[in-house]
Design a protein around this ligand. Structure first.
Ligand SMILES: [Zn+2]
Length: 82
């Protein structure tokens, strides 16, 4: 399983995500397998939010432990169904 540090993840395009006991799994454009997002503090307890401003979806992650944040272009499900 490939791990990606949050600082090296800048510019990733996320296609999907899931939170599991052993970490946050991301499906990333250009990668056949899921990657696990790692924080520099090594706790990697991520708070994940999907945001849908006009035109582009974003996935925002922040580390519950140290506050490290990152955002990605999110091309997963499209706009949420309501
Ligand atoms: Zn952290």
């Amino acid at each position: 399983m490939r791990q990606v540090s949050v600082t090296a993840s800048v510019g990733m395009v996320v296609l999907g995500w899931r939170a599991a006991d052993d970490g946050l799994f991301l499906r990333v454009r250009g990668h056949a397998d899921e990657v696990i997002l790692r924080c520099e503090c090594d706790r990697s307890h991520w708070i994940v939010r999907e945001q849908y401003p006009a035109g582009a979806a974003q996935l925002l992650v922040s580390c519950h432990n140290c506050g490290q944040r990152q955002s990605y272009l999110f091309e997963g499900p499209g706009l949420p169904a309501r």
